[in-house]
Design a protein around this ligand. Sequence first.
Ligand code: GDP
Length: 362
Amino acid sequence: GFKCGIVGLPNVGKSTLFNALTKAGIDAANFPFCTIEPNTGVVSVPDTRLTALADIVKPQKLIPTTMEFVDIAGLVKGASKGEGLGNQFLANIRETDAIGHVVRCFEDDNIVHVAGKVNPLDDVDTINTELALADLDSVEKAIHRLGKKAKGGDKQAKAEMDVLEKLLPALSEGQMARAVELTDDERKVIRSFNLLTLKPTMYICNVSEDGFENNPHLETVRKMAESENAIVVPVCAAIESEIAELDDEDKEEFLSSMGLEEPGLNRVIRAGYELLNLHTYFTAGVKEVRAWTIKKNSTAPQAAGRIHTDFEKGFIRAEVVGYDDFINHNGEQGAKDAGKWRLEGKEYIVKDGDVIHFRFNV
Ligand code: GDP
């Protein structure tokens, strides 16, 4: 599955948020939820398209796609030098596809702040410095290793060197590699290095109940995030953990009393999913309407392979209706009548929202 690691200084609300995430039975019956390991939560990705499809198809079951959140606790200053659980911490981040960096943007004198006062930029900097140092170390070692090969005419080594050298000055200054403009090709070349500060990142600003507007802490994080190609999601972890405790009925009442349509947690999940740069396609039958996750630019057989590896091997064709067509023509038959039902072959690149029926040999 695709993973988003949750990081942040101690006492910023990581556990509170993570617990809310792992309890979030967004709609308990329809959005199944399970926990694999204590520090890993698999959450349903809320997608209104799924409900819209179900309104037409009226299936027995609705199955959303999922993503994993991993609670990566235990960062201390000096982690990049192997202090505390530093190395383990960094290794855990390396395995994730994206990072959710929780930042304390709420004031509360009762909650001790590790650095004495609430200062989001300093907090972010403490963690990002460790990440940048770890990357700097990997990059310097790699450049050293690749140097000879590149001189000897190894083209791959040369290409990797070129990109790493582009990142070196930024990392030396403690900046994030993702702040450096790279082409898609350049990104591809160095993908295997799994650099921490190149991972797509969202700053999850933990604000107080009334801290969504006119909150200077939030604004400073927004500015900083913009400068390094990251996004910001404000949330109040304390409220989310309360909401997560409620049963469905109370939850709805609570949300509407606050003038909200959904828990703020949904925004965190969706933003995490968007960071992963994925596409969703749907299968829509009377037994179940289901969302499936694929990498962008996947072919039809690759998409079929998400359902079952045999589907990829035995792929014959895909019967496709675009999402808007499916909705506008009230389902598959309507789309067919309107000439919006397509047969696609092996080369077809699946689009976000496609409603697909695969034909295959077994
Ligand atoms: P962690 O160390 O980052 O995992 O932080 P915790 O989730 O354990 O939270 C640290 C303390 O801050 C706990 O006492 C929480 O109840 C409190 N806390 C977390 N989120 C909020 C919030 O949004 N508002 C307030 N006032 N307190 C919070």
